[in-house]
Design a protein around this ligand. Sequence first.
Ligand code: NAD
Length: 231
Amino acid sequence: MVLTGAGISAESGIRTFRDNDGLWEEHRIEDVATPQGWRANPALVWGFYQARRRQLNEVEPNPAHAALASLEEGLEHMLLITQNVDDLHERGGSKDVVHMHGQLVTLRCETSGRSEHRMDAADLTDEFLTCNCCAEPQRLRPDIVWFGEQPMFMQEIYAAVDACDVFIVIGSSGHVYPAADLVHIARAKGARTVLVNAEAPMNIGAFDEVHLGKAGELMPALVEAWLSESD
Ligand code: NAD
């Protein structure tokens, strides 16, 4: 099982969360990544995520995304869970990706809760958009799990963590819960735990094996070694 965070997309040019003194792209996290922020200033939050959505057209997957696609290809069972809302794993060739914090390529109807894929040029301006699912089209919100909201697919994720024999974390600070706790659960169940991260994260003590450095530089050789080990 693999859990990725913002660090794996850093070398593709997408900023991580805590690069700038607790600010995300110059905004306070409470202003742009909470339900309260959305209620207080929907235009600000909408504009913030529309900019993140437009950025997807300017970035490319990096060697770490490609290495994970090769790992999936070479193993009998692998589950890739990502905290990332970008689509770089899919574009890097991964087939089975679980986005526990939502996705930028989809938008969610505020009334029905249904998500729809909306990445045409007309979907990427700062104007609010409405859904295609309700008889009277309703406002769409970013399809993102904000702080204070429940992450997606947790039942499936906990079942996989319980069953895995190796749990690998790549590019995650270990600050955001419940994702940061998954390694503790995996370890308690006897899995070997592996970390690939630019710096020592909060939960470093939970890892049996630590590789400090850039994911794009380390992952190709690590995946090659893991695949030859599993032969
Ligand atoms: P985080 O920003 O809190 O931590 C990122 C970690 O990655 C840090 O520990 C940093 O040292 C490490 N890192 C930076 N560059 C790296 C590299 N080149 N190689 C390896 N590691 C590197 O990220 P998080 O733990 O994922 O939590 C942030 C939350 O913010 C997530 O829930 C996510 O939904 C959201 N987010 C997503 C994106 C994205 O989709 N790309 C970007 C920013 C934030």
